[in-house]
Each structure stands twice: as structure tokens, then as C-alpha cells.
Design a protein around this ligand. Sequence first.
Ligand SMILES: NC(=O)c1ccc[n+]([C@@H]2O[C@H](COP(=O)([O-])OP(=O)(O)OC[C@H]3O[C@@H](n4cnc5c(N)ncnc54)[C@H](OP(=O)(O)O)[C@@H]3O)[C@@H](O)[C@H]2O)c1
Length: 304
Amino acid sequence: MEKEAKSRILVVGATGNLGKLLVRSSVSAGHSTFVLARDSAFYDRFKAKLLHSFAADGVTVLKGSLEDHGSMIEAIKMVDVVISAVSLKQVLDQKLLILAIKEAGCIKRFIPAEFGVDADKVQVIGMDYEFYEKKIEIRRFIENLDIPHTYICCNLFTRILLPNLVQQNPFKIFGDGNTKGVFVEDRDVANFTICTVDDSRSLNKTLHLRPNGNFCTMNDIVNMWEIRIGKKLEKEYVSEDQLLKNIQEIPYPKNMELIFIYSAFIKGDHTYFPIDSSSGLEGTEAYPSVKLTTVHEFINTLPL
Ligand SMILES: NC(=O)c1ccc[n+]([C@@H]2O[C@H](COP(=O)([O-])OP(=O)(O)OC[C@H]3O[C@@H](n4cnc5c(N)ncnc54)[C@H](OP(=O)(O)O)[C@@H]3O)[C@@H](O)[C@H]2O)c1
């Protein structure tokens, strides 16, 4: 039997932090890879260099943007799968991309810019400045238009919050320190994402990343960091009430980090619910060959 060809993948937001990793992962996995880059990126020294390196790796670099309908339709018609890695600022602008996907009618899978905590499950709605509401709005928009999709819920990127948590002095432990959060390296998130595109098991489902070595509590983090630096640290326990007070006192958007901490380490938003197999699957169970960086390994790379 002839093996089905790998899907052609378009990455929108390819010059961004996660986008470039998605492009690299797509190329490594043998997919014909396309990127839609804004005009301005070609005039930015670093982004232009990145786009050149993509082209050298065989990536088709196309000019366009979410606001340029014609460029999107043209790009979408060249591929089977679209992955969006635009930042939070453009979350709702993805509706333009989704409408173009609907119009083109050829896309087998769309992966929107989620890549965080499961927006339908978080327990901080109402205090998160619509961070998750916007992602939920995009989910419903996709579903109402009947666009084949996969949502990637990787929880927190290791490099975003963890370095700040370990650098605190004194070391603040939020709540009792025993609630588990999940941290995953963005490179690993990109690799898992690419695994889903041709996999019927992930069609119209959520991929949850909850790898064993990537669950950790605040108490685990301080223990790992104390071993790394070779000394015990002074600890300050911050109660739920105190954390909520701090969130109110610190102006937006500076308080977002504390809201993510509240969600993860007080509410347990990464882990409080079981994965329902009718609507989701777990990444390490579905794709055991993907190599992961554990929290312990990541902490050992941080400068002292
Ligand atoms: N779980 C976590 O801890 C975590 C942390 C960070 C991010 N994330 C998620 O990761 C995803 C990507 O975020 P990021 O931080 O990697 O984003 P980013 O670095 O800010 O990159 C955004 C990308 O979108 C492109 N873009 C912006 N406006 C556009 C437009 N109008 N048309 C077409 N492209 C446009 C940018 O292009 P230019 O280069 O032209 O500006 C850039 O390539 C988001 O879903 C975000 O929520 C998760």
C-alpha cells in the first residue's frame, strides 16, 4: 500500500518565538513547510536573517498578513494544514484567518494560537483581563464554522515563568506549595504540535501535555533549586488571600505573572481535571518518541 504523503504545513507567526520552532520542527519531520511573513519582517535585520535561513532549509517564504485577505487565501490554497502562532494581541484577529480557511475549503487541520492552559477549564475567568475569554471565543468560532482543528494545551512554557520563580529572594511559595503545575519547553511543544497534524486521533480534539517529569509543585521547585545552588534558602509562604491582594494592587499587565501563578499553584488549573478521551488526548501517551526536557534538566541549565 502506498504511504500517504505528509501534509504541507503553513505557519502564520513564523518569525515569533514559538513560530520559528514550529517551522524548524515541521521541516525536521519532513513536511513541506510554508510561512506567511509580514512585509516589515523583511526589513528587520534579525527577522530577515531568520526568513533567509528558513528558505535555505527549503521553506517557502510567502509575504502576507492577517489583514491581507488575498495573501492568506493564496497561501492557504498551497497547503493542507495551517498553524497559527500569533501572539495574544492578535488572538481575535485570527478570525480573519479562520474565515479565509473556510473560504479556501481545502484545510484538513487548523491549529490556533493557544499553547497554554486549557481555556475552557481555567478557573480564573473574570480576573484574567480576558486572556482566556479571547481564546475561548476563537475556539467557538472555529467549531461553529466546522473547521477541522486541534487545540494544543501545553500549560506553561518552562523558560517564561520558571527562571523568575527560582530567582526570588526570599523564595516565595504560593499557597501550601503542594499544588502541581506543568512546565514544558517550547521546543518540545513545537515537536508535539507537528506530531498531531496527520494523526486522526487528534482531529477535533485537545492535545494536553502533562509529561511525568514536567509536573512540579512549588516545594519541588525550591528543592531542585536548592540542590542546584548547594544551599538552603529562606522561604516565605504567601497565602491565597495575600496573593489575591497582590494581584489587585499591581497594575495590569504586570500582575499577569501572579495571575498565572494563582491559576497554576493555587487553583491547580493544569491538573485538577482528568483528560476526557472523547475530547482530548495526552501528548506523551500518544507520541512517546518525542524527547522531552524535564523541569529538573531545565533547572540545571539555569545560571547560578
Ligand atoms: N504557555 C506559555 O507559557 C506561553 C508563553 C508565551 C506564548 N505562548 C503562546 O504562544 C503563541 C505564540 O506566542 P509568541 O510569544 O511566540 O508570539 P510572538 O513571539 O509575539 O510572535 C508573534 C508572531 O505573529 C506575527 N504577527 C503579528 N501580527 C501579525 C499579523 N497581523 N499578520 C500576520 N502575522 C502577524 C508576528 O510577525 P512579525 O514578526 O511580523 O511581528 C510574529 O511572527 C501564543 O498562542 C501565545 O499565547 C504561550
